[in-house]
Ligand binder design. Structure first.
Ligand SMILES: Cc1ncc(COP(=O)(O)O)c(C=O)c1O
Length: 508
């Protein structure tokens, strides 16, 4: 029984840390296992214990707090650097939002290994706090560790996460999705966005008996999409002719030209329906033109191809909960992921009409973990908050204020540039002609805001959330104002390179 209590509280404690955070984390328990010198003590009491490795040592909450303090001091630069090196050794492409930045030449550390997260804040191993705009790769709009989501997952943990049979919670989530995406006739679940984007591509091909897909945006790492990177960047054998082609966002003429070229073999058109990332030079694209979305709808329908909205970012983040709902353009297939379960791994493919009946059997789709219930519990709690509270509206408002504030800071600092993209996902873009100067500016900006405690993607992307309140926003803008003054001065006096002490962030 004691063991069971220990297990229960151990699970609860792990929940104090958000399930997804966009930087690597260090689980305290690993330190017990590693026999860290500060963790040799034990404490009595059945409650509030954390299991301490295979020997079953445990410590109380107070002891843990003391140890956490001790830990942040004891883990000096050497320890943090050693951890980073260890992780890099085992996983050399350990991609984080601040990828490439571990340590400055002057020894300053940047958020490399994160200890905990709450709301819109993350803390590194030494206890330094950052206001975060990466939000676990956008997997939470509500903020890390939202209390209702935590509670729902905790109570779901009374049962096994996965059975080979469906459970009522799955039906409940299906009903919530039906309510938010009226007219859907089929739902399939997955764990990552790539699962459901890949399934969507297969359904397009299976349903139409054709092969070509036109796309716009990022659709994960599945072969159907990644093959456009070519063999050298994806290791996917080249295909001639290629089966997937890109069109530019909001470029109705460009789309129609590509469409005409491929209409006889067109299986589907897949796009992020608002503000996809267009590369470093473009940043986040603007919101969609209504006419562009409508053209895509009409064109696909005219040749019997399927229209897929990849709403993995926009789902429950865009006004009214989705682009399709707000803009009144209804796709045949919808991909959801990221924020639907507030950091727990869940994605969903929603289909209309007879697509599932006709094509699902030809799609060979069957991930083992698709019916995992703890993520459904998180999704139910998350979606219920979306229904009750003005989440998307808040995100939109804060994003807009952030854009205006940073644009103004750029202007005051005398730096050409803008924040681009709709308010739910924006990117800071420098307007200098020369790419090398832009790289230096971006790197110096990243260095300075990290120093001052703000974390964004290293390509300038920022995702505001429901947890970013006015005070947080004001602090963020103070940081940007200070950092951009430094960048502006350094640009004018030619000292950008001299001021940078982190590796250069290259434009991709
Ligand atoms: C629009 C979009 N589609 C698909 C994906 C792939 O999702 P995942 O990384 O969960 O596989 C992403 C991930 O960033 C995304 O932003």
């Amino acid at each position: 029984m004691q063991l069971e209590a220990t297990r229960r509280t151990s699970r609860a404690r792990v929940l104090c840390i958000s399930p997804v955070c966009a930087a690597p984390r260090w689980d305290l328990r690993s330190l017990f296992r590693a026999g860290h010198p500060h963790f040799g003590q034990t404490a009595g009491g059945e409650h509030d214990h954390m299991q301490a490795g295979s020997e079953g040592r445990s410590v109380s909450t107070n002891t843990l707090k003391r140890l956490r303090g001790l830990l942040s001091r004891a883990l000096g630069r050497g320890r943090e650097a050693a951890l980073w090196q260890q992780m890099q050794k085992l996983h050399p492409w350990s991609y984080t939002p601040t990828h490439g930045i571990a340590w400055g030449r002057d020894g300053t550390s940047f958020p490399v290994v994160i200890d905990r997260a709450r709301g819109c804040r993350i803390w590194d191993l030494r206890g330094k706090e950052y206001i975060d705009y990466t939000m676990g790769w956008g997997t939470t709009v509500l903020g890390y560790c939202h209390s209702e989501v935590q509670k729902a997952v905790r109570s779901a943990m009374g049962s096994a996460p996965l059975l080979a049979y469906p459970r009522p919670i799955q039906a409940e989530v299906q009903s919530l999705l039906e309510r938010d995406f009226p007219g859907i006739t089929g739902v399939a679940f997955g764990k990552n966005g790539s699962d459901v984007c890949t399934l969507a591509a297969r359904l397009c091909r299976g349903y139409t008996g054709r092969k070509t897909i036109l796309y716009c945006g990022y659709h994960g790492w599945g072969d159907f999409w990644a093959e456009q990177h070519g063999f050298s960047r994806s290791s996917i054998p080249e295909r001639h002719p290629a089966l997937i082609h890109r069109f530019r966002f909001n470029d109705t003429g460009g789309f129609m030209a590509l469409f005409e070229q491929h209409r006889s073999d067109l299986a589907g058109v897949m796009l992020e329906p608002s503000g996809p990332w267009g590369g470093n030079d473009i940043g986040c694209e603007p919101d969609a033109d209504q006419g562009f979305l409508e053209t895509l709808r009409l064109a696909t329908r005219s040749v019997g191809a399927l229209l897929v909205f990849d709403e993995i970012i926009t789902g429950y983040r865009y006004l009214e909960g989705s682009v399709q709902r707000a803009r009144g353009v209804t796709p045949d297939l919808t991909c959801l992921g990221k924020a639907i379960a507030s950091g727990m791994p869940l994605s969903a493919l929603l289909a209309r009409g007879d697509i599932m009946q006709v094509a699902f059997g030809k799609a060979h789709y069957g991930p083992t973990f698709q019916a995992e219930a703890w993520s459904f519990a998180a999704a139910k709690a998350t979606i219920e908050v979306f229904h009750r509270e003005p989440v998307a509206l808040h995100v939109w408002k804060q994003g807009e204020a952030l854009r205006q504030g940073i644009d103004e800071a750029l202007r005051v600092a005398g730096i050409p540039g803008h924040v681009k993209g709709p308010p739910f996902r924006m990117s800071i873009c420098f307007g200098e002609e020369q790419g090398e100067i832009r790289e230096l500016q971006r790197t110096l900006l990243q260095q300075e805001i990290l120093r001052l405690g703000v974390s964004i993607y290293n390509n300038g992307v920022m995702l505001p959330s429901y947890a970013h309140d006015d005070t947080t926003l004001e602090r963020t803008l103070e940081v940007f104002r200070a950092a951009l003054i430094i960048v502006g001065r350094a640009t004018r006096d030619g000292s950008l390179a001299a001021k940078i002490c982190i590796p250069l962030l290259r434009e991709m």
